[in-house]
Design a protein around this ligand. Structure first.
Ligand SMILES: *Cc1c(COP(=O)(O)O)cnc(C)c1O
Length: 384
């Protein structure tokens, strides 16, 4: 099929999305420029309470980015050098990185082959008398299975920090049927507003969320140089702020988060239908305990031809990404700092099979048809 698009297909199309929201966003930016309170302007507080309301949690503390959010969350727990924090082995680097940077030891736990998130049946293998916290990461748009995580945390008296950079707006359903938004279940949730994330600004941004008044106070202080009042430093902190401009943009975009998530869900459903019968593709799974907002649409290519498929798609102007090409135990930076809990074989396997296809709020049906056709044609020509 020789389809010519005006613009190339993109993994994430921020330009078209901006054009759609231009008036509202431009107005919000103009308002900040006119008010000139570029740091801690009223829009920052307004956005924090807007997000707290959306997530149904008492405290949202904005900060400079999602990695800072993890770092500040860890700092707030008062952990000692050499204590251990459990993180998934198949993940973006931020959680393990902030753990190691604070002199703590990341303990890498394998992930579930179906959901890509931490395998809750393997967490206990990673627990030692030094373990203090677990960081479940809600990867690609769904949630980790939080009820078992919280049960284990309670049993061993551990903190839980949910890294929710990729699944904001997704919700977790307990066996009782009660639901909670991702990021509001553990002691602290963290998120990122990096431009490609589900809730995104036009630069860097992040936030922490908690229902615990005491933790909220510590998080707030640490993000602001550990200040209790101006020039009174109670804790060692850092300087991590969400710009007023970014908060104003987020305040607009938060109104569209449910719509954005719904658009990606619809695109994912079309992919699922098209690929469901292909023998070499495992489509993303969605267990009953979670919704899936498809931050990524990630398939597993089972015939050993993941890289060949990616090259084939690239030739046909279809972008795709490998999240993630190496598990953390195979990264040079972590060989000395991390401890492995078990063999991590699923994480290793996913680095060879996972491929993320374009899924974004502006993906057009004709573009998606073209992508689907190219994928199907690849497998037709590579039967075995
Ligand atoms: C993007 C991301 C982060 C880091 O966010 P930044 O804002 O880029 O610092 C952390 N964890 C996960 C899972 C992410 O996807």
């Amino acid at each position: 099929m020789a389809l010519i698009f005006e613009d190339n297909i993109q993994m994430v199309d921020l330009q078209t999305q901006y054009r759609r929201l231009k008036q509202e966003i431009d107005d919000a930016i103009q308002e900040v420029l006119a008010g000139a309170q570029f740091i801690n302007g009223p829009q920052v507080k307004a956005f924090a309470s807007h997000l707290a309301h959306y997530l149904d949690i008492p405290h949202v503390i904005p900060c400079a980015n999602g990695t800072d959010a993890l770092q500040i969350a860890l700092m707030s727990l008062g952990l000692q050098q050499g204590e251990e924090v459990i993180v998934p082995a198949f993940n973006y680097v931020a959680a393990a990185e902030t753990v190691a940077m604070l002199g703590l030891i990341p303990v890498l736990v394998d992930v579930n082959a179906c959901t890509f998130t931490m395998d809750v049946t393997k967490i206990e293998q990673g627990i030692s008398r030094h373990t203090k916290a677990i960081i479940p990461v809600h990867l690609f748009g769904l949630t980790c299975d939080m009820a078992p995580v919280m049960r284990i945390a309670e049993k061993y008296n551990l903190y839980v920090i949910e890294d929710n950079a990729q699944s904001i707006g997704a919700s977790y359903t307990y066996a009782s049927g009660r639901t909670k938004k991702a990021g509001t279940i553990g002691h602290i949730g963290t998120t990122s507003f990096f431009p490609s994330k589900p809730l995104a600004c036009y630069g860097d941004g992040g936030a922490m969320m908690t229902a615990d008044d005491n933790l909220a106070k510590r998080l707030q202080m640490i993000a602001n140089h550990g200040q209790e009042k101006k020039y009174r430093h109670k804790l060692i902190g850092c300087n991590s702020r969400l710009d007023t401009l970014q908060a104003a943009i987020l305040n607009v975009k938060l109104n569209y988060l449910s719509e954005f998530n719904r658009r990606r869900m619809q695109a994912a459903e079309r992919y699922n239908e098209a690929f469901g019968q292909l023998p070499y593709i495992v489509t993303p799974c969605k267990p009953a305990y979670t919704s899936h907002i498809y931050h990524q649409y990630t398939i597993q290519v089972k015939n050993g031809k993941r890289n060949a498929l990616q090259a084939w798609l690239k030739e046909r102007k279809v972008p795709s990404m490998i999240y993630y090409p190496a598990s953390l135990d195979k990264q040079d930076a972590f060989r000395v700092y991390a401890r492995k809990a078990g063999s991590l074989e699923v994480a290793h396997q996913l680095t060879q099979t996972a491929l993320s296809l374009p899924v974004h709020t502006e993906l057009r049906a004709c573009e998606q048809d073209y992508i689907i056709e190219q994928v199907i044609e690849f497998f037709r020509q590579n039967e075995r």
